[in-house]
Design a protein around this ligand. Structure first.
Ligand SMILES: [Zn+2]
Length: 339
């Protein structure tokens, strides 16, 4: 089976970070629509740093208002922005020395076209409406070409910080998208699911049967291919399970506790993982419980989500597993099993 399938995988998760005293002051000022720097070593560094990069000495708290206008010193054009870029149309990333500052900061310039960009051009910060500012660098939507190139009015004036900053943390998202190629066994597994069949692979060395799109024996560390495929029954025993109590976080759609189970199929040596048990509450799930597969009706099966990491994911082809009512097996039988 030489056919390959590409599928994009998107990993997104939020995290919060503390800002420290200097960036807390900077971000709290941003939320008020003010950009600041710090005067240290005879110059103004903006955005402010905690330590003077030349001497390593503490930069102190001699805050200075800078901008909102500044001068571009160098730039690079971004013709095709991704979902992670600050603007959804072509723009420039530029080093901008704000009025009142001696160092450059990097930000986006929304100039319309590459030909409108030049070193030495005057630009001006365009803030979000004040009510939407949260104290992040993207409170400044972008810099735009300044309609009036004259110096910023308050630039270089002292900035009096409050005793306590409003903003001491920021939320950020890690967002990573990459393309994966489905392995040949992933393709075989997905095709079998569409037919309403489960397949495993029998290792020629240790004679164990593994389930799902693994393509290898995890005991012998040898590759398994099409020649090792065998059909396995849609019946087995719950070998372990986890009850997940959902906490609200971005992307979590579950609100009630749910279980994800590993099932050791009859005749197999490795489990099919991450399965859902139907018809019973999470408190009734037991290790040793006999279950059987419930397929989605033919024509309603979908395996688009199946990838190399899925370890037996059923996509939308397997609805779940229902208890058969047979007497449980002793739970001890399922200790020290291979995954
Ligand atoms: Zn083996």
């Amino acid at each position: 089976m030489a056919e390959t399938k590409e599928f994009p995988f998107n990993l997104t998760f939020p995290f919060s970070r503390t800002l420290g005293a200097t960036l807390s002051t900077f971000c709290s000022a941003l939320a008020q629509g003010q950009i600041i720097g710090v005067r240290t070593g005879g110059r103004v560094i903006a955005p402010p740093l905690e330590y003077d990069p030349d001497t390593g000495a503490a930069a102190g708290t001699d805050w200075v208002k800078v901008g909102p206008k500044g001068t571009v010193s160098s730039w690079t054009w971004v013709p095709k922005p991704t979902n992670l870029h600050p603007l959804d149309r072509p723009f420039a990333f530029a080093f901008i020395t704000l009025d009142g500052a001696d160092t450059a900061m990097i930000h986006a310039v929304d100039a319309g076209s590459e030909s409108a960009m030049s070193a030495g051009m005057r630009v001006e910060a365009e803030f979000k409406p004040l009510a939407e500012c949260v104290g992040r660098i993207d409170d400044i939507v972008a810099f735009t070409p300044a309609t009036d190139p004259s110096p910023s009015v308050d630039a270089g004036q002292p900035f009096v910080a409050p005793d306590e900053n409003d903003i001491t943390e920021m939320d950020a998202f890690c967002d990573l998208t990459y393309i994966d190629n489905a392995s040949p066994t992933t393709m075989m597994w997905a095709a079998a699911l569409m037919d309403g069949r489960l397949i495993g692979q029998k290792c020629p060395q240790c004679a164990r049967t593994v389930i799902g799109p693994r393509g290898m024996c995890s005991v012998c560390a040898i590759e398994l291919d099409e020649s090792h495929v065998i059909e396995v029954p849609g019946k087995g025993v719950v070998s372990n399970f986890t009850v997940v109590t959902p906490t609200p976080y971005p992307g979590q759609t579950e609100t009630e506790p749910f279980a994800r189970c590993s099932i050791l199929l009859d005749g197999a040596d490795a489990v099919i993982a991450q399965q859902e048990i139907l018809d019973v509450g999470v408190n009734e799930i037991r290790v040793g419980m006999h279950v059987e597969i419930v397929w989605a009706p033919e024509g309603q099966r979908n395996v688009d989500d199946i990838d190399n990491r899925s370890r037996g994911s059923g996509g939308d082809a397997i609805l779940g597993w229902r208890p058969t009512g047979e007497p449980d097996e002793p739970a001890d039988l399922y200790l020290e099993r291979m995954m």
